[in-house]
Design a protein around this ligand. Structure first.
Ligand code: IMP
Length: 191
């Protein structure tokens, strides 16, 4: 593999996402470069469609090969809400709003899903997904991470929320880490 082809831009405005993803791709020898980009969230049920649209837009407007990502928080007791609307719901209701909606329901199961789309300028995007199962906590815990991290406890963890973990600990379980691992394996094997 040639040196230049071992790097790719991550078009995102979320530095925390970038830091998590860059740790993953680095283990495959892929240098992820930060490209500040505000994605336009199209109305779609499938996160791959949202990520693909964002990747195509970023690749076209920045004339660069990029990856873009869309993630969502799916709460079983709320029939998968907020799902593809997570960004808007986080801005409006926040973690406390989700805790109120969930209330003291017994079934606290939830998932995070991530879709990562790779796109070269004027080419079709290719998507990779990752998911993690867990529980909605009873109250927010931890000061790390971002978004819904303080209220999500991964099933395979030790009972701590994502926000109580260091980046590498979250990466051992997270939806994003799984999607970026899939992307990095494909990226390194396809050149
Ligand atoms: P986005 O549209 O992909 O940026 O994410 C949708 C919403 O889910 C945003 O409010 C994020 O803060 C939240 N979110 C995405 N990924 C994560 C995560 O890894 N942990 C916690 N919240 C997340």
């Amino acid at each position: 593999m040639r040196g230049a082809s071992r790097s790719v831009y991550f078009a995102t405005k979320n530095k925390a996402k970038y830091l998590e993803a860059a740790r993953i791709t680095a283990t495959y020898g892929v240098h992820l470069r930060y490209l500040p980009f505000s994605k336009q969230e199209i109305q779609a049920e499938d996160l791959r469609e949202i990520a693909s649209f964002a990747a195509m837009e970023a690749a076209r407007s920045k004339v660069r090969t990029v990856v873009a990502e869309d993630a969502g928080f799916f709460v079983d007791a709320l029939k998968g809400f907020p799902g593809p609307y997570s960004s808007y719901v986080f801005k409006t209701l926040g973690t406390s709003g989700i805790l109120k909606l969930v209330g003291d329901v017994k079934n606290r199961k939830a998932s995070f899903l991530a879709a990562v789309s790779y796109c070269e300028p004027n080419r079709r995007p290719i998507s990779f997904t990752g998911t993690v199962r867990g529980l909605v906590s009873k109250k927010p815990k931890g000061s790390g991470g971002f978004g819904f991290d303080p209220i999500f406890i991964p099933s395979k963890g030790d009972g701590r929320t994502f926000a109580e973990m260091q980046i590498d600990e979250k990466n051992a379980f997270s939806h994003r880490a799984k999607a970026f691992r899939r992307f990095a394996r494909w990226f390194t094997s396809s050149r």
